[in-house]
Design a protein around this ligand. Structure first.
Ligand SMILES: [Zn+2]
Length: 117
């Protein structure tokens, strides 16, 4: 799956991303800079890997992203189903590699001055 150019990244294969580009950037040790994308129609998550131009199907946990199995990536590279699919929950269990944002660099792309004190 190839990532789109920045101007085309608001949608892909009929998926509609919840946030526009630039707001979900993460620095990771394994893959360098990545950006998280989530479709508001079907709820699927992807990451764009800037160093390779790849777009990967992922499961998002609180602390990390999990690259999903190749057959899931294959299914998820098809057009957006337009709704949440029950089979996607199964797909999200087929995790392969964990990608952890590095703490030192994770402030990239996060809002500043966020205080709940
Ligand atoms: Zn979608």
């Amino acid at each position: 799956m190839a990532a789109d150019t920045p101007s085309k990244r608001t949608s892909w294969n009929r998926h509609e991303w919840i946030q526009a580009t630039g707001e979900r950037l993460r620095a990771t040790q394994q893959m360098g800079l990545i950006e998280q994308l989530q479709c508001k129609r079907c709820g699927r998550d992807f990451i764009d890997v800037f160093s390779t131009g790849d777009r990967k199907a992922v499961f998002v946990s609180i602390l990390s992203f999990w690259i999903l199995a190749p057959e899931v990536a294959e299914r998820w590279s098809e057009a957006c189903p337009g709704r949440h699919l029950e089979s996607d929950d199964e797909d999200r269990n087929q995790r392969t590699v964990e990608i952890r944002p590095s703490l030192a660099l994770s402030k990239i792309g996060t809002p500043t001055c966020r205080s709940f004190a």
